[in-house]
Design a protein around this ligand. Sequence first.
Ligand SMILES: Cc1ncc(COP(=O)(O)O)c(C=O)c1O
Length: 395
Amino acid sequence: MSKKGKFSKPDTILAVAGRDPDNNFGIVNPPVYHASTILFPTVEKLNHRVPFEGVSYGRNGTPTQFALEEAFAELEGAHRCVAVQSGLAAVTGGITGFLKAGDHMLVTDSAYGPTRKYANTFLQRFGVETTYYDPLIGAGIANLMRPNTKVVFVESPGSQTFEVQDIPAIAAVAHKSGATVVMDNTWATPLFFRPFDKGVDVVVHAATKYVVGHSDAMLGLINCRDRATFETVKNTCMTLGFHAAPDDVYLCLRGLRSMGVRLRQHEKSGLDIARWLKTRPEVDKVLHPALPDCPGHAHFKRDFRGSSGLFAFTLKGEWSDEAEARMLDGLGIFGMGYSWGGYESLMIPAHPGQFRTAVPWNERTRIYRVHIGLEDVEDLRQDLADGLDRLKANA
Ligand SMILES: Cc1ncc(COP(=O)(O)O)c(C=O)c1O
């Protein structure tokens, strides 16, 4: 029998949710179902499909997908979850249904780049206007609300620059005007931030990162507060033809089982490296939500249960492109790649100034975004120390 709803502790939910061995030959994991066509035995059954329920056509979901959705909804305390093909599809699928031509959306200036692109190109062409706001605006967002503001989008901490937002204050203002609050909670996962307790209505995740956890599958998950938000999101995703591929869904469900222990190690090693970086003379700011340098750190202390392994740092003074390239090119463990959340450590340079419109970010201040993986932390520290030495040697 499914143990749905029987447990409240996150580690137990991670291990048992979405599984039903009693109805699967005793096999622990839900099987992978590949399907397009589903056969109905009678005309009556063919004609009386219940929307959003059951298996009706491959694109609308398979039992493997429903198992993942059930487990992830339970973990975050959602009414229901919708699995889609990528994190970006989760962002667009989680927002689009709440907007129509003539509406207005507020988006944090620290949002993930492609989220901005979707707002600035796709939504703009369909007559939706977007205003970017200071991630630290808090209740001051009231001044930006318009009668036609239908969505307030938050992402905390922010992509690249890690500002931690005052989500309860923002959500309270948004709800006063009847706007829907959509949050990208990829960084914290449901283990470290509980969006529904803080007033969020729809929570999107790039499950590609920590949930999959092994850098080998793309997936998005959209958790919905209640039946009404679920119906809007599910309808949108079905209308747009969004779909989660069965093998990727299986890998995601498998990754979910070990997410708790992995995240605890990402947190521990991440904090260790972040604190050590702060002691290095070349390093200026360490933008790690759990450390005081990070804008909005007080909100982190108040609202979060832990931190994951992604953060950034800036360097003191001016360094040539050549010196910076030598630092990065010679890294032995850290790889350079546009992702994070896997078991392996990564480091990339980034230029937040390229994107910002509400709060200018010094064009010239480059950040180094670091993802701390599951390797030995001493080895990681040595790799970074060698890199900083190369930086100085090539100054
Ligand atoms: C915060 C955040 N949200 C969404 C996404 C998009 O996820 P995906 O690459 O699975 O489309 C990413 C990807 O890097 C991300 O960092």
